[in-house]
Structures are given as structure tokens and as C-alpha cells.
Design a protein. Structure first.
Ligand code: ATP
Ligand code: MG
Length: 413
């Protein structure tokens, strides 16, 4: 019978890889907690409308990439990102009544119907933070600092932080108009996606990955408009202060005027963190400020800033971590005694296994040397005379000891 395989664009995370995931999660829990963040777990599916209204119905994510299905006349979507879900929960649970800022973090699977390739899956995992209630650039700076500190804690130091300001909806209008004007003569040469972006959301043109479009945006006259300083005084001041804070915190960054991000909800600060070691899917982190999203989804007007990192991309930058060995393996043919000793050691938080199928002594020892740091021999003689033989499997030294001493020795591995 043909075997059933994992779906295209999805992957099993196997036991031999799981230590790397635990490492990402443990470091996040520790550091994010130190920054005052609390974890939130929202459902993996939400009403489709949440993403249409939240992420924006002119974005690639909503237009092309969502897993949407009908159930009992309702349109449901597997979350393609988690900011919209966290904002929904923030509103629904009345979190705007808490003292600001409210700081939340999450981790979990996201779903996007994209062409699978290196660094791009259909089910992938993100870890991210959202901070509500602070309009000042201190929040943007602290959020970016948290991202860089987290990456540093994982041992990733050679990444580039790119920042830009998209201004506010008011100053962006003028910019959009100017971009449309200068691109008008080139309209027919734009890719099909850009043709539709031209009307619906001209800022998204700058995010186009098609070479022929990128070449058009590089022409001096067009580039001059794209790179022009369009943001209003307030937005410019916000951006300037953010940069001062980043300098003060020692965060290195580059300004990238073409950085617009693929989601509609951003205003003012946007940023990405990129690696040179990831090929074309080189962004590990993306984020920014989204001051109008809470209101757009029906909540109190609440400024917010956040980011998300791709956990698969993080893992691919890190050396793999060897699976941990057991502390000990009991070699014995006396099942009740082995079971009792295992129980006792486990209750002292020592990881231990023993042979459950009564194999020959040699086979048991072979297994012990593969999977444990110590072998504990519990043979006839040991049981009769009430002692234990302990073998350190990395040095091959063997000692006899008592059950009480055993705990001390193994615990101090
Ligand atoms: P990209 O430009 O690579 O498509 P994006 O702008 O769509 O990224 P975001 O929505 O900002 O990505 O998501 C934040 C992070 O999540 C990305 O920087 C990336 O590390 C990761 N990510 C996004 N889409 C995928 C995917 N399909 N597979 C694996 N990781 C992904
Ligand atoms: Mg994308």
C-alpha cells in the first residue's frame, strides 16, 4: 500500500531536532520575561474577516496565501500571522483597561500557501512580540532592542537591522501620489501584481521581487522620488528620536528607504533583520508600528508596535544541538528491582531508563553506552549484598557504591 506522506511545504520536527527548538523557546521565555512580556496563546484558526480587515485585503498574504475554508456557513482561515489574532484577543478581553504598556509574546505555527523553497514553507513557525499603548519611539526602540538581544542570546551577531519610516496615513498620501505619477509612463512594463498594486496600494510596489520591476525602480528619476523625504515633521521627529535611542542602546542599523513590508497595517517605523547566510529568503525578523490596527478591528484607539521572527530560519542559522543523553541506564535482569530503582531516581529528577524486555546483559550494556552517561548494574550479587556498580560510560571507570551515594555521583555529572 502506498504510504501517506507529509504535505508539500510542511515538515515534521523530529526528536533529533527538538533540542534546537527548545533552545529557541527557552531563551525567548527567559529574555522576554525580563523585558516584562507575558506569553499569550491564541487559536490557530480565526474568522477570515479578521485577516481581511487586519492584515489588509490588498496584501499578497490575504490575496494569495491564506488557507481558507467554510464550516457551518462560516469562513475560517488558518492564521497566516499572529498580530491580528493577538489584537483581536487584546480587544475581546478588555486588555486596554490594563495599565499600559501591555506586552505580549507568542510562538506557534503559521500557514501561508506559498511556493515551498529553502526558507519558505506552508506551515512555518513564528515567535513574536506585541506591545500596546505607547506611541513614543521609546517603544519602537525597546522592541528592536529586544529583537537584537534575543538574536545575540542565540549567538547570532552578524545580522543587519534595516529600518525605515512609512510616515502616517496623511503624509503617505502625497508620497503615493508622487510614486504613481512618476511610474505612470512605465505602467505597461510593470508585472501583473504591480499593475494591480498601482491602484490599490502603490507603496507595495516597492516591495516587488520581480527583476524587471526592480530595474524600473532603480532608474534615477524614479529612484529620486522613491528615495525622497516625504514624511511630515512629526513623523520625521519620531524617526529621528528612534534612531537616537537605538544609538544610545548600541543597536547598529541601516536605513532602507525601500523597506515597506508586506502587511498593510504598519505606520511610521518598519524594520527587518536580515542575514547574509540565508540566500534569497534572508529576513529572519520583520516588524513595525501599527497604531491604527486596534481601532480598525473595533477596539479603543491604541498605538502598538511588534515583530515576528521565522523560527525555521533562525534554526537554519544555528548549529544543531545534539540530543541530550539519559543520566543513567539500569542494567539488570531483575525487573521489579530495576523498576523500583528507576522510580526512585526519577523522583529525584534523574533521567533513567532500563531494559523493558529482559534482554541479555551484553545487549543492555550496549544500549546503555549509546544513550546514557552512566550504567547502573543491579545484578544478583549487587542485590544480595546491597550495593550498586556504577560505570561512567565516557571514561569507562567503574566503581561500587551505595544507593545513597549513587544519587550524589549522578547529580554532579
Ligand atoms: P518574506 O519577505 O520572506 O516573504 P514576510 O515579509 O512575508 O517575509 P513576515 O510576514 O514579516 O514575513 O514574517 C516574519 C518572519 O517570518 C519572516 O522574516 C520570516 O523569517 C518568517 N517567514 C515568513 N513567511 C515564511 C514562510 N513561508 N516560511 C518560513 N518562514 C517564513
Ligand atoms: Mg512573505
Amino acid at each position: 500500500m502506498a504510504i501517506i506522506k507529509v504535505q508539500k511545504g510542511t515538515k515534521d520536527i523530529l526528536p533529533q531536532e527538538i533540542e534546537s527548538w527548545h533552545n529557541l523557546e527557552a531563551k525567548a521565555l527567559e529574555l522576554f520575561t525580563n523585558y516584562g512580556y507575558k506569553e499569550i496563546r491564541t487559536p490557530i484558526f480565526e474568522a477570515t474577516e479578521l485577516f481581511a480587515r487586519g492584515v489588509g485585503d490588498t496584501t499578497d498574504i490575504v490575496n494569495k496565501e491564506m488557507y481558507t475554508f467554510e464550516k457551518s456557513d462560516r469562513s475560517i482561515t488558518l492564521r497566516p500571522e499572529n498580530t491580528a489574532g493577538v489584537v483581536r484577543s487584546f480587544i475581546e478581553n478588555g486588555m486596554f483597561r490594563q495599565p499600559m504598556p501591555v506586552k505580549l509574546w507568542y510562538k506557534g505555527p503559521m500557514f501561508r500557501y506559498e511556493r515551498p523553497q529553502a526558507g519558505r514553507q506552508r506551515q512555518f513557525h513564528q515567535i513574536g512580540v506585541e506591545m500596546f499603548g505607547i506611541a513614543a519611539p521609546t517603544a519602537d526602540a525597546e522592541a528592536i532592542l529586544l529583537a537584537t538581544e534575543y538574536l545575540k542570546s542565540l549567538g547570532l551577531n552578524d545580522l543587519t537591522v534595516e529600518i525605515n519610516s512609512l510616515g502616517c496615513p496623511e503624509c503617505r498620501e502625497e508620497y503615493k501620489k508622487r510614486i504613481k505619477e512618476v511610474l505612470k509612463p512605465e505602467f505597461d512594463n510593470l508585472c501583473e501584481d504591480c499593475k494591480s498594486r498601482y491602484e490599490k496600494n502603490p507603496l507595495r510596489l516597492l516591495d516587488c521581487k520581480v527583476d524587471s520591476c526592480k530595474a524600473i525602480f532603480e532608474r534615477p528619476q524614479i529612484k529620486a522620488v522613491i528615495q525622497s523625504d516625504f514624511i511630515c515633521d512629526d513623523c520625521a521627529q519620531h524617526f529621528k528620536t528612534l534612531k537616537e535611542y537605538l544609538d544610545a542602546a548600541g543597536v547598529k542599523y541601516e536605513e532602507n528607504k525601500l523597506l515597506v513590508r508586506g502587511l498593510d497595517y504598519y505606520n511610521r517605523t518598519v524594520f527587518e533583520i536580515k542575514s547574509n547566510n540565508l540566500g534569497s529568503q534572508n529576513a529572519v525578523c520583520g516588524g513595525g508600528r501599527y497604531d491604527s490596527l486596534v481601532k480598525n478591528l473595533g477596539g479603543e484607539d491604541t498605538p502598538a508596535v511588534g515583530w515576528a521572527m521565522g523560527m525555521e530560519r533562525l534554526n537554519s542559522l544555528l548549529p544543531s544541538i545534539e540530543p541530550k543523553k539519559l543520566d543513567a541506564y539500569i542494567v539488570s535482569n531483575n525487573m521489579p528491582e530495576a523498576l523500583k530503582l528507576a522510580q526512585e531516581l526519577r523522583s529525584k529528577n534523574i533521567s533513567v531508563e532500563f531494559d523493558l524486555s529482559n534482554k541479555k546483559f551484553n545487549k543492555q550494556l550496549e544500549k546503555a553506552s549509546k544513550c546514557a552517561n552512566y550504567a547502573i548494574f543491579l545484578g544478583e550479587d549487587e542485590l544480595k549484598n546491597n550495593y550498586i556498580t556504577l560505570k561512567n560510560l565516557s571514561t569507562a571507570t567503574q566503581t561500587t557504591t551505595t544507593k545513597e551515594e549513587l544519587l550524589n555521583i549522578i547529580k554532579n555529572i
